[in-house]
Design a binder for this molecule. Structure first.
Ligand SMILES: O=C(O)CCC(=O)C(=O)O
Ligand SMILES: [Fe+2]
Length: 548
């Protein structure tokens, strides 16, 4: 695997967001820097303030309740706890503990973790509430245990697309949950994983009830401000979920291929090209050799492709997608540049995408290290190009750490995928290569790599796009404040973006209907302008407006 001890230097015990771990400083992963800095979220700040108002600081860390044990013993305890937790009511699945390949410290530096010292991640899926219109979907959790287990509670990340009251954008249970949970324990003895999972499920599904807040419509006396606020957040979360789940529920009754939607059913081997299936399974057991053998490398360390789905499975998936289009049910568009795609999580395919992401995760780690590791979120959608609809896609980078792009068919000409440089690199807008899509094949690249689809010239193309997110990686300095170099030279025309570039109009006419983008571009930022930068304002727009 890419993370060999040769690539790491031990720095002893590192501090990772308040927790101490035995760690290595990652040297070569630093090269995998990415993306434009994330905006600090003022909405988050507002939400935190509101939460604090209710419970006096909900966002704290779980408190440590006893001394830590030696690591070996903790892992054994944890393995035993996972076995014991297999009897938890409403449990769909629980994984064995695995140590994360790296963590990010408070300064944003990535540290590789010593496998024997922890922490260890356990992934859990719990059933939602089957009879509840807004919370019937499964709950997806990642629990991160330190060597302090079973005295110290794990950090919890609440994955999936459900909205919950009292869960902030960092997707962790608030301090009030931990306080209530720990106070409910009869003794101060070690924690039981099953008990924790049961409490967490109750808290997520019925927070007011779990926290002992009065019912909103209680006749006797007026509910407190805290209770009213909590109920209003619960209504908001329920509304957000209900909107999405309503479509999913309705479509479920019309779906053609039930096996695609079944939470409990694993991915079926016959959906995948046999050699790829074997290679991906081998990667899961640490055999990188086989994984590498199936790849074509198109741009060193940045763009690869491999056969993934069989023709039969592409046909099956497309049948389902076309059936959804035919249903007339409302669908959100995947992004502002795409008018005919659909988000697969919105039609009930979140479990399928979770499993696909899990299958592909070791490949991501092998190819891209930090941005390819610890994926805990995704955005997965269909893009569709044909005459009379979207023909192609403007140059852009993805809001993903690593993107998989799988062609499902149909027959088409044109619609090649152009790759340029990575955002912030001197050759950001220099052409690298053209990738020709093939049915069933997957092209995988870093999200920060500039790319765009040529116009289709005949037929129709539909692709499944899987954007993978790693919340751990997104805390790193490499992600948050990547270097942004001056462009080495004028851009290649094929790499120009009418949506993003400040000099598009200096080289090309704006496409019809896209003229309003003139003057809105941000790229290159002034400090990164190439020598002799051509501002589009020195040129006339085709409509004849002087743009000086
Ligand atoms: O059509 C393609 O192959 C590219 C799609 C894409 O890059 C995107 O949707 O982000
Ligand atoms: Fe893209």
């Amino acid at each position: 695997m890419a993370l060999s001890s040769a690539s790491c230097r031990t720095v002893g015990r590192g501090l990772v967001r308040g927790r101490i771990f035995v760690a290595f400083r990652l040297r070569d992963w630093r090269a995998c820097s990415s993306k434009v800095p994330q905006q600090a979220s003022s909405r988050m700040a507002g939400f935190k303030a509101l939460l604090s108002a209710v419970t006096g600081g909900l966002l704290g860390r779980p408190r440590r309740i006893a001394a830590e044990r030696p690591p070996g013993q903790s892992l054994q305890h944890l393995q035993q706890a996972v076995e014991d937790a297999r009897g938890t009511p409403h449990l769909v699945s629980i994984t064995r503990p695995v140590h994360p390949p790296y963590l990010v410290d408070e300064a944003g530096e990535m540290l590789a973790i010593h496998p024997e010292a922890g922490p260890w991640d356990v992934h859990v899926i719990l059933e939602g509430e089957p009879s509840h219109p807004s919370f019937y979907a499964p709950l997806r959790l990642r629990l991160r245990f330190t060597a302090g287990w079973p005295s110290t509670p794990p950090e919890i990340y609440i994955g999936g697309q459900l909205a919950f009251a009292l869960v902030a954008r960092n997707r962790s249970p608030p301090k009030v949950f931990w306080d209530t949970f720990l106070a409910s324990k009869a003794s101060s003895g070690p924690l039981a994983l099953q008990e924790l999972l049961e409490h967490l499920r109750r808290f997520l599904l019925e927070p007011a009830n779990y926290l002992g807040m009065p019912e909103q419509d209680a006749e006797e006396g007026s509910p407190s401000l805290e209770a009213r606020r909590l109920h209003s957040w619960m209504r908001d979360a329920a509304r957000v979920n209900a909107k999405r789940l309503d479509v999913i529920k309705k479509y479920r009754k019309q779906a053609l291929h039930a096996q695609l939607f079944d939470e409990h059913r694993p991915l079926q081997e016959e959906w995948f090209v046999p050699e790829t299936w074997s290679a991906l399974r081998a990667l899961h057991t640490g055999d990188a050799q086989l994984g590498r053998a199936l790849l074509t490398e198109h741009a060193t360390g940045e763009v690869y492709s491999f056969p993934l789905f069989t023709d039969a499975f592409c046909g099956l998936l497309l049948e389902e997608i076309f059936n959804f289009y035919k249903s007339g049910l409302p669908a959100r568009r995947p992004n502002s540049m795409n008018n005919y795609g659909i988000i697969l999580g919105d039609i009930g395919l979140e479990p399928f995408i979770d499993k696909l992401q899990e299958l592909l995760q070791p490949l991501g780690q092998e190819l891209f290290q930090a941005p390819g590791s610890l994926w805990d979120g995704h955005h997965c959608f269909i893009v569709r190009y044909r005459e009379g609809e979207d023909l192609g896609l403007d140059m852009h980078t993805d809001d993903s750490d690593v993107t998989f792009n799988i062609c499902l068919g149909l027959d088409f000409t044109g619609a090649g995928l152009q790759f340029c440089g990575s955002v912030g690199a001197p050759e950001h807008r220099k052409h690298h290569m053209t990738y020709q899509h093939r049915k069933g094949h997957c092209v995988v690249h870093l999200g920060r790599k500039r790319h765009g689809a040529d116009d289709i010239t005949s037929g129709e193309r539909l692709n499944l796009i899987l954007w993978n997110h790693s919340s751990e990686y997104r805390q790193s300095r490499d992600y948050r404040t990547p270097p942004y170099a001056r462009e080495a030279a004028a851009p290649d025309e094929v790499c120009l973006s009418y949506t993003h570039d400040r000099d598009f109009g200096a080289y090309k006419d704006y496409p019809s209907g896209r003229e309003h983008f003139r003057g809105r571009g941000w790229c290159p930022p002034p400090a990164a302008e190439y020598p002799g930068f051509q501002s589009e304002f020195r040129f006339r727009s085709p409509s004849g407006d002087a743009k000086l």
